[in-house]
Design a protein around this ligand. Sequence first.
Ligand SMILES: Cc1ncc(COP(=O)(O)O)c(C=O)c1O
Length: 399
Amino acid sequence: MPATTPLYDTYLRAPLRFERGEGVWLIAEDGTRYLDFAAGVAVNSLGHAHPHLVEALKAQADKVWHLSNLYEIAGQESLARRLTQVTFADRVFFTNSGAEALECAIKTARRYHFAKGHVEKFHVITFEGAFHGRTLATIAAGGQQKYIEGFGPKAPGFYQVPFGDIGAVKNAINEETAAILVEPIQGEGGIRQASKEFMQGLREICDEFGLLLILDEVQSGVGRTGKLFAHEWAGIKPDIMAVAKGIGGGFPLGACLATEAAAAGMVAGTHGSTYGGNPLAMAVGNAVLDVVLAEGFLDKVREVTLVFRQGLASLKDRFPDVVEEIRGDGLMLGIKAKVPSADLLKAIRAEKLLVVPAGENVLRLLPPLITTPAEAREGLARLERAAEAVRGKSGDAAT
Ligand SMILES: Cc1ncc(COP(=O)(O)O)c(C=O)c1O
């Protein structure tokens, strides 16, 4: 029998077809409007069809699309300079995706020790519940069996410990340890937030044992938590950081950022990418920063965050049989459901609201950073109606 689709079956797709987007709205082929609190999965940081991003992409498309990294690329220089001015970093390598940014981060950490003559130091400590991408190295880093199984031997050099357990991190360190890799807020894992103390503890351990601290801010970065990067809330600085998703506002773009010292081993020829840092991506990345770094933008993100916080707290109070816990920070929020999250997701979708499933029976809210308080309230009203519907159903089942 011929397959119903020529596509790989790797995605469990919802039967929804969107034709266009406007700000926080996605419009389906039949004209139905959905409030998009998924934003890709934290990708469309400035919503859909943001005029400044559209203009930047079109203007660059008229000039040149692709240039080999055999030449200097002005957009790369400017975007990298801006990123280094507003972060801990001195050096940047551009990629097309989050997993590639992580690959670069891991390679950078290993080369740092190699360049110092420590070839044995290539192990990276990672955390249970982590997600770092789908390449062979990043599935090993994430450590989740469901992603590793069937793809041959797991890439060596990754050692997992429980998230939040400083003692376990210390115990895991040996002469082969090169780095610690952590998401400040685990996204796929179920919006599990690292405490400030844990992040500070990791920084201290890295300093004490000569390890590099790698942060995966692919999902939590670029304004999502109300600071440019989530680690800023803990008052620490990493040595290396992987960024993607929000930095491209929907255009494929990732980056690996590092201090001068951490990047020291990445000399000519050690790494490369055909498309990484291409002019179209650079134009959009620069346009995203124009908006996110504009005065007052992150203040507005923090303001709308309060609307979500209050609304979700009241959702939990009013529907204790549906909502177990509200998690997360800024606009990276999670509703841990008491009912099966798939049931709640269905009810939410029936209200024409888009959210994203995650681990631990959690649904993620990752609205665009441009969401207004009125749009937040609209989404919260839809969540209430969905919770009401689910409660009604479970009540029916009980009788
Ligand atoms: C924290 C984190 N790291 C890495 C990745 C991988 O990014 P990509 O799918 O762009 O390779 C993701 C994607 O969801 C992510 O959330």
